[in-house]
Design a protein around this ligand. Structure first.
Ligand SMILES: Nc1nc2c(c(=O)[nH]1)N[C@H]1C(S)=C(S)[C@@H](COP(=O)(O)OP(=O)(O)OC[C@H]3O[C@@H](n4cnc5c(=O)[nH]c(N)nc54)[C@H](O)[C@@H]3O)O[C@H]1N2
Ligand SMILES: Nc1nc2c(c(=O)[nH]1)N[C@H]1C(S)=C(S)[C@@H](COP(=O)(O)OP(=O)(O)OC[C@H]3O[C@@H](n4cnc5c(=O)[nH]c(N)nc54)[C@H](O)[C@@H]3O)O[C@H]1N2
Ligand code: SF4
Ligand SMILES: [Mo]
Length: 682
């Protein structure tokens, strides 16, 4: 008998818990938590405990598939790659695009953007960060000069006051919530701003339940109270920031009674929350999709940064603006340049010196200088015949992008679609060629947590069937297309290349990555990594205040569509369900989707617990089970987006933030009727 514990990283959320994959005679037999890692310390949430279940699931893609006579049929690697290579070559660079993936490793994201820029000669590469924390990348960069979580997970137990705005942390970042709970046990205050009642509601000192999409008004209102009561941090503002006067003048227009009218939050709560946050010796903000997924996503993020800066809560232990990044490697995908405007390490493609540096490293000239299209723009362009060929690695837009009917039309309009995934997803079913990739357990690779920690996961088992690691597939395709720049012996070689041309990862190499990884910026081989950003000065020098006025969401309720629909997640499922819906224990907990509706609204519409209802918007409709609950206020309904058979994204709006191009997943107008009541639009 041959048994080993192979060190790995949980493939679900950005907390980055570590565990061992237990391997017996080459077979994956279980998960063993890792007591030595400082984030998880031997603990995991329910998804982590069962992270091995989908890996060996019988539906794993085991062979390349090629569409013949309308059907996807099994094929060879050679045929599948030859078709992709010739199809991608057929179109002009601006008509081709790729989607990279926050589920794959840093090395693979680096290669996907290299392939797109060097071989396809376009900057049209993006990934799901666009649907997620694009507002953070833009917003925190504007305020601080770096778009990442400012502090570290293990230090969070030192918080004295936690302001959670738009993060359902206990369900979506369970391990981070664990540290916040420890802070709470030590006496920290918890302020919550969330339209829904969530598990935090039971622990919070104040729960402000705003109308979805009114967070800028709320944050301005809190700053109004802080400044008018003179409890701002004058020294910090004076020494570390710029453009304060414009902010001060603007928030003057948001007294609490005015903000109560906009947000629906009683003014007493706003005043109390402002005092609690400002008077605390160390206060941290935690946010996630509740504020980023809006047409005002960047405004929301910048307003959080404003609040942290007027109270001097940046650059110290237990404080900060903690943007909780979602996917296991979404931080890394951004760091590695899977974005249309930057190479790895956020080096702008528009800068000539950067282009020269990457041209030299990749032995080429004339890399494209214009920023490429974003996820949302790629699909929009495809619908109009602009983008003609698309190569998707590890994303499932047919369930995760807004307005699925439009997504389907866009994908069907393409001349060519290739999808590289571990399962035959809703998106892969539309492809001309499907490539079988391996999971995290079948390859070496690094993944970067929400707290900028680069961690190494090792190969535990051999690939299932003929599947291959994404880095190998991209390299094979690049070679097929005539490139000599993809000759890597292992992922460690790829990291070495990236480190040479990426200052924030400059000191990172496989031999240095021990159990707790290394936190970037880590510029040299001797550098110990950086747990806290902006300590003595901000990445951009001074922190910058931006005066931001409140704007309404793009689509407001009206007589025809009287409810506000907000969408999100549950602890038991993950995104489009490709992985979590193949885990029995998670399916037993939550087998399918549901609509949360307030008892008063339900009574008015004759809806009871478990009734089938039809939810419709200007984009589409779904039939779904009702859950009658006080979790949502009157006039607001909630649908989790994991379930293709009642997909929230049939309903959502494609309106985007003008700067970050993130769609407004968190607020649109909808109608709810009891199914078969005769009054719906069937
Ligand atoms: N179990 C599980 N964990 C996950 C994921 C998953 O799918 N499943 N996904 C991962 C990913 S990629 C991400 S990005 C994170 C997301 O993590 P979260 O952002 O925490 O998750 P969401 O459920 O999308 O939304 C968070 C909260 O925003 C609130 N909200 C809705 N509208 C508004 C609003 O207008 N203002 C405010 N302030 N709040 C609002 C919702 O009520 C909800 O409680 O989770 C990560 N972790
Ligand atoms: N309505 C609504 N929609 C939303 C959101 C919301 O809150 N509301 N949230 C948005 C957010 S924050 C996010 S991050 C997106 C997520 O959107 P997506 O990224 O499209 O969703 P996932 O289901 O995580 O898709 C990842 C895919 O990668 C595959 N995969 C896993 N491991 C590997 C691997 O090693 N290699 C390859 N090649 N493939 C792999 C999985 O099978 C899956 O198909 O959804 C967005 N959509
Ligand atoms: S908290 Fe996140 S990283 Fe940790 S076990 Fe759960 S899903 Fe995995
Ligand atoms: Mo996300």
């Amino acid at each position: 008998m041959n048994y080993s514990n192979v060190p790995s990283i949980c493939p679900y959320c950005g907390c980055g818990c570590s565990f061992f994959l237990q391997v017996l005679d080459g077979e994956l037999v279980g998960i063993l938590p890792n007591k030595s890692q400082e984030i998880s310390k031997g603990q995991l949430c329910i998804k982590g405990w069962h992270a091995n279940d989908f890996i060996t699931h019988k539906e794993r893609l085991a062979k390349p598939l090629v569409r013949k006579n309308g059907e996807l049929v099994e094929s060879t690697w050679d045929e599948a790659l030859s078709i992709i290579a010739s199809k991608l070559k057929e179109h002009a660079p601006d008509s081709v695009a790729t989607l990279s993936s926050a589920k794959v490793s840093n090395e693979e994201n680096y290669l996907m953007q290299k392939f797109t820029r060097l071989v396809l000669r376009t900057n049209n590469v993006d990934h799901c960060a666009r649907l997620c924390h694009a507002s953070t990348v833009v917003g925190l960069n504007k305020s601080f000069g770096s778009g990442a979580m400012t502090n570290s997970i293990p230090e969070l137990e030192n918080c004295k006051c936690m302001f959670v705005i738009g993060s359902n942390t206990t369900e979506q970042h369970p391990m981070i919530a664990h540290y916040m709970m420890m802070a709470k046990e030590k006496g920290a205050k918890l302020i919550l701003a969330d339209p829904r009642s969530i598990p935090w509601s039971h622990f919070s000192d104040i729960h402000m339940r705003q109308r979805p999409g009114t967070d800028v008004a709320l944050l301005n209102g809190m700053m109004n109270v802080i400044i008018s009561e003179g409890i701002e941090d004058k020294k910090f503002i004076e020494e570390r920031t710029e453009d304060y006067d414009a902010l001060k003048e603007m928030v003057g227009k948001y007294p609490p009674d005015q903000v109560e009218k906009i947000t629906g939050i009683p003014k007493e709560q706003i005043i109390e929350a402002a005092r609690m946050y400002a008077k605390s010796e160390v206060a941290a903000i935690f946010y996630s999709m509740g504020i980023t997924q809006h047409t005002t996503g960047v405004d929301n993020v910048v307003s959080c940064a404003n609040l942290a800066m007027i109270t001097g809560n940046i650059g110290k232990v237990g404080a900060g603006v903690n943007a909780l990044r979602g996917q296991n490697n979404v931080q890394g995908s951004c760091d590695c340049g899977a974005l249309p405007n930057v190479y790895s390490g956020y080096q702008a493609v528009t800068d000539e010196a950067n282009r020269k540096k990457f041209e030299d490293a990749w032995h080429t000239t004339g890399l494209p200088a214009n920023p490429g299209l974003t996820v949302t723009e790629i699909l929009g362009s495809a619908a109009k015949g602009g983008i003609k060929a698309l190569y998707i690695m590890g994303e499932n837009p047919m369930v995760s992008d807004p307005d699925i009917k439009h997504v389907k039309e866009s994908l069907e309009k393409l001349d060519f679609l290739a999808v590289q995934d571990i399962f035959l997803t809703e998106t892969a079913r539309l492809a001309h060629v499907v490539l079988p990739a391996v999971t995290f357990a079948e390859k070496d690779g690094t993944y970067t947590t929400t707290d900028r920690r680069v961690q190494l996961a090792r190969k535990a088992i051999e690939p299932i069937g003929e599947s291959k690691p994404d880095w190998e597939i991209i390299s094979l395709l690049a070679k097929k297309m005539g490139s000599n720049e993809f000759n890597y012996g292992s992922p460690a070689d790829i990291m070495d290349e990236m480190a040479r041309i990426t200052p924030i990862y400059g000191g990172i190499s496989y031999d240095r990555l021990k159990v707790n990884g290394l936190q970037w910026p880590c510029p040299t081989k001797e550098h110990p990594g950086t747990p806290i950003l902006h300590k003595e000065k901000f990445s951009r020098g001074k922190g910058k205040f931006w005066a931001i006025e409140f704007k309404e969401p793009a689509e407001l309720p009206d007589a025809e569509y009287p409810f506000i629909l907000t969408t999100g997640r549950t602890i038991f499922h993950y995104h489009t369900g490709t992985m979590s819906r193949r885990v029995d224990i998670l399916n037993k907990e939550v087998p399918t989707g549901y609509l949360e509706i307030n008892p008063a609204d339900a009574a008015r519409l004759g809806i009871s617990e478990g009734s089938k209802v039809v939810v419709s918007t200007r984009r589409g409709e779904i039939e779904i089970d009702a859950k009658v609950t006080e979790r949502v206020k009157e006039g607001v309904v909630f649908v989790p987006f994991h379930f293709a058979e009642c997909a929230a994204n049939m309903l959502t709006n494609t309106a985007i933030d003008p700067q970050a191009k993130i769609p407004e997943f968190k607020a649109c107008a909808c109608k709810v009727v009891k199914a078969n009541s005769g009054s719906c639009c069937q």
